[in-house]
Design a binder for this molecule. Structure first.
Ligand code: HEC
Length: 121
């Protein structure tokens, strides 16, 4: 019985590890081109096209009280960014411009998963 419990623990643990790896890949593929992710290199920092993802999730966490609102904001902004929704300062817009809509490049479901992942980091 003990052995069985231990085995199922290992299986569950490896499945959830696998799942978070998949989200990390997805996030890097869909958002990493602009929002700094993964290994930081001087080249990446010099060519930054947007604030790093952790700066973005920090802003979102400061602005909203609960997780559902945070995730809804990230989903909505990613598909329909506008200046009046923007949480970053006008300085950010001056430096990087407004985020281009990612409609058609990423699905709502994918953004929800990515948003969870960003907020957990
Ligand atoms: C082509 C470049 C680009 C890609 C790809 C991109 N972003 Fe952005 N993003 C930006 C820029 C530039 C900003 C800063 C300006 C702004 O806030 O609109 C930004 C800001 C944001 C913000 C904060 C908005 C605010 O000001 O309140 C969120 C949330 C966000 N991005 C989510 C995402 C997610 C999620 C993905 C991946 C699915 C993604 N972005 C992919 C360029 C990009």
């Amino acid at each position: 019985m003990r052995k069985l419990l231990f085995l199922s623990f290992i299986i569950v643990a490896s499945i959830s590890l696998q799942a978070s790896d998949d989200v990390a890949d997805l996030a890097e593929k869909k958002c990493g081109e602009c929002h700094l992710m993964g290994l930081l290199t001087k080249e990446k920092i010099d060519n930054m096209k947007a604030p790093p993802y952790w700066a973005m999730s920090k802003k979102v966490k400061l602005e909203f009280q609960n997780r559902a609102e945070m995730i809804d904001f990230i989903v909505d902004y990613t598909l329909n960014p506008t200046e009046d929704k923007m949480l970053f300062s006008p300085m950010t817009k001056k430096r990087f411009g407004l985020m281009p809509s990612q409609k058609g490049k990423v699905t709502e479901d994918e953004i929800r998963k990515i948003a969870e992942y960003f907020l957990n980091k």
